[in-house]
Write a protein of this length. Structure first.
Length: 195
């Protein structure tokens, strides 16, 4: 990853979270060899190639894939929350939702042979506004989604707002709704994502 991009991400993370979330270590460590990305995604259905992480030259072990994937998952999640939602829900997210995300990513890594993990990539830009997308994991060679991690705002009648974290998988053609958990917001309407 280019040095200017690393610095920009550190500033962005710090500014968006008012310093309450530390940027991932791979962004703050200045080294010659940069293993902060994994995979490449080239799907004809998407026009925004800047939305995806660049390829890594050497193969990944299962452990290094899991480490990088979890760092990116956490980064994309906090980016999605923005500075208005993030500080309010980050503790519950870290304690309740994120461990379940990690389990799902672990299962995905187990499904794929170690030599194929280099072909898995994660989208970088979560959707803003009222969009549900946190991040998706894709297979670079086939161009197919594998897992889609989403969050939506629920408002049950006579109750407050909740953030419902869930994921969809390619196993059932993304029809199933696998719940990770919900976090209560408040009675008032939550701000838009990325705000």
């Amino acid at each position: 990853m280019p040095k200017w991009l690393k610095k920009s991400l550190v500033v962005l993370i710090t500014a968006l979270t008012f310093g309450t979330v530390s940027p991932p270590a791979y962004l703050t460590v200045d080294d010659q060899k940069d293993d902060s990305t994994f995979g490449d995604f080239t799907n004809k259905d998407f026009n925004h190639s800047s939305d995806y992480i660049e390829p890594i030259e050497q193969g990944l072990t299962r452990e290094s894939f899991l480490s990088l994937a979890k760092e990116q998952a956490e980064l994309q999640s906090y980016t999605k929350f923005g500075s208005r939602i993030g500080p309010q829900i980050q503790e519950e997210f870290k304690d309740i939702i994120f461990p379940k995300m990690e389990e799902v990513i672990n299962e995905l890594a187990i499904e794929h042979p170690e030599e194929d993990l280099n072909n898995l990539t994660i989208s970088e830009n979560p959707s803003g506004g009222d969009g549900e997308k946190i991040f998706h994991i894709y297979h670079a060679q086939t161009g197919k989604d594998l897992i889609r991690f989403h969050v939506r705002k629920d408002h049950p009648p006579l109750d407050g707002y909740y953030f419902n974290f869930h994921y969809h998988t390619y196993h059932d053609e993304f029809q199933g709704h696998q719940t990770l958990g919900s976090i209560y917001w408040a009675k008032n309407t939550p701000p838009k994502w990325l705000s």
